[in-house]
Design a protein around this ligand. Structure first.
Ligand code: KIV
Ligand code: ZN
Length: 520
């Protein structure tokens, strides 16, 4: 039985999702959870992109004890130097060098011949190997590269010292049969006296990322690359939790296992959902809310007689927690803090007082507070505003001409209050116009979605918004939670505007993808 290594690139490729801007603190918390989940290597970022990216990779390198930490580098010496500096303190450092190889990239992006690209690979993989014991090489857009040339590319990288060869399906173009064959061909025809490990890196544009990744494993890949919840640009990357669970459930077929600690899967997925501001779809494979519910009567009857009739994945396998200790009106601060710890929700000492106050308000309205309520309470907390203002109150009135007037009160710790009033064709428009008046920023609302945190009529509402700072083009996701759906929406929009304000004040560094930079 082979063991497949997992490389997680949530913090690099995953952060290229529009609206996802992890803070350095969040990145470190994510890396720690990935280590707990059993991830062998973390691609922690692209150190040459910005001082913030560099600092995040540096801090992650300092805290990982078992997991290798990798940095991405274009085939540019200064990028490799930046990786080296950022990863100095890593116990197991790795450098990931890439260059595009497909005809369309060669002709239009790089304007380089096949031979020139082979020279660049030789020079930069050799340079990376002079600084790193372990080097990974990726031919970007590998699946649209001529197969005979791809073999030459791979052989050049291997001869220059690369240990890991990653075959990115950069635009999600390939199919399982085709991708499987690419792995078989490259593995059979690459010459080396060292062990070379091949990995799939799949994007999900045609919805085939998981199938393609598994086809690569079936054909000899020894490591997989992907992200938690499948986040990433466009349709995203392969969802690593799907690959890990598929290997476990279909071990008979793939004849492969992994070191992923499966019962940490739900914790990992929820953390990424919370920090990325991207809710997990109810029907998402492995971690979606409906993955274990059996609605139809026939299914329920079967499941009661023997769960395996309709349920191939048990909730326990992936760590779905049942309310071990439900909280209620009489629960005190100590029990509340214990619950936060049990759910592995990271929080600062200074956040306890406002969180506990919110918990008390919730307990006044709801008899039994579930784990989902507590997670939502933490996720929907107001983001600290640089100017100290928080959401105070909301009043709405309907006008005779069918418009609505919203009065939003923002307050600060000194009890100074600012009331902003605006009209709109409906309640949400009126509230958002009022919030715009408060912030005076150039923003554009891109999406607004609402869902219920728990089942039942007493559920809290969660509103998630995505807005663009039109001065910089940066997109931010944020959410707000409240019993009142309009207040939840106001909070989400205030949180998103606070992120824009922080960016405008220089408190949030810009996320720079390798695609925003010259190629080499
Ligand atoms: O999808 C891709 O091609 C990448 C490479 C940089 C590995 O993310
Ligand atoms: Zn990618």
């Amino acid at each position: 039985m082979r063991s497949i290594e997992f490389l997680d690139t949530t913090l690099r490729d995953g952060e290229q999702t529009p609206g996802v801007n992890f803070s350095i603190k969040e990145k470190v918390a994510i890396a720690k959870q990935l280590e707990r989940w059993g991830i062998a290597s973390i691609e922690a970022g692209f150190p040459a992109a910005s001082p913030d990216s560099f600092e995040a990779v540096r801090q992650i390198a300092q805290v990982m004890t078992k997991t290798a930490v990798s940095g991405l580098a274009r085939s540019v010496k200064s990028d490799i130097d930046a990786c080296y500096e950022a990863l100095k303190d890593a116990k197991y450092p790795q450098c990931h060098v890439f260059i595009a190889t497909s005809p369309i990239h060669r002709e239009y992006k790089l304007k380089k011949s096949k031979e020139e690209i082979l020279e660049i690979i030789k020079e930069h993989v050799t340079y990376a190997r002079s600084k790193f014991e372990v080097v990974e090489f990726s031919p970007e857009d590998a699946t649209r590269t001529e197969l005979d040339y791809l073999l030459q590319v791979v052989q050049t990288a291997v001869d220059a010292g690369a240990t890991y060869i990653n075959i990115p399906d950069t635009v999600g173009f390939t199919t399982p049969e085709e991708y499987g064959y690419i792995f078989k061909y490259l593995i059979e025809n690459t010459a080396s006296d060292r062990e070379i490990i091949f990995s799939p890196h799949c994007h999900d544009d045609l919805g085939m990322a998981t199938a393609n990744t598994l086809a690569a494993i079936k054909n000899g890949a020894g490591r997989v690359e992907g992200t938690v919840n499948g986040i990433g640009e466009r349709a995203g990357n392969v969802a690593l939790e799907e690959v890990a669970v598929a290997l476990n459930i279909r071990e008979d077929y793939y004849q492969a296992t992994s070191d992923i600690v499966l019962n940490e899967t739900v914790n990992t997925s929820e953390l990424i959902s919370r920090f990325s501001g991207i809710p997990i779809p109810k029907n998402k494979a492995v971690v979606g809310g409906n993955a274990f519910s059996h609605e139809s009567g026939i299914h329920q009857d079967g499941v009661l007689k023997n769960p395996l009739t309709y349920e191939i994945i048990t909730p326990e396998l992936v760590g779905v927690k049942h309310n071990s200790l439900p909280l209620g009106k009489l629960s005190g601060r100590h029990a509340f803090i214990e619950k936060l710890k049990e759910l592995e929700l990271t929080f600062e000492e200074s956040e306890i007082v406002p969180l506990f106050a919110k918990f008390k308000q919730l307990a006044d309205k709801k008899n039994e507070i579930t784990d989902d309520d507590i997670r939502a309470l933490v996720a929907g907390t107001e983001i600290e505003n640089p100017e100290g203002f928080h959401f105070g109150d909301l009043k709405l009135s309907s006008n005779t001409d069918d418009t609505v007037t919203a009065a939003v009160v923002m307050a600060n710790a000194d009890a100074d209050e600012v009331e902003v009033v605006a009209d709109g064709k409906g309640s949400v428009e009126a509230i958002y116009n009022a919030v715009d008046k408060f912030f005076h920023q150039n923003v554009r609302l891109l999406s607004y979605t609402m869902d219920a945190v728990t089942d039942g009529i007493d559920s809290q509402a969660r509103v998630s918004v995505s807005i663009e700072n039109t001065d910089t083009g940066t997109i931010f996701n944020a959410s707000g939670i409240d019993f009142d759906v309009l207040k939840a929406g106001a909070l989400a929009y205030i949180n998103a505007n606070t992120l824009v304000q922080k960016e405008n004040m220089g408190e949030i560094g810009q996320i720079i993808s390798f695609r925003d930079l010259p190629t080499n």
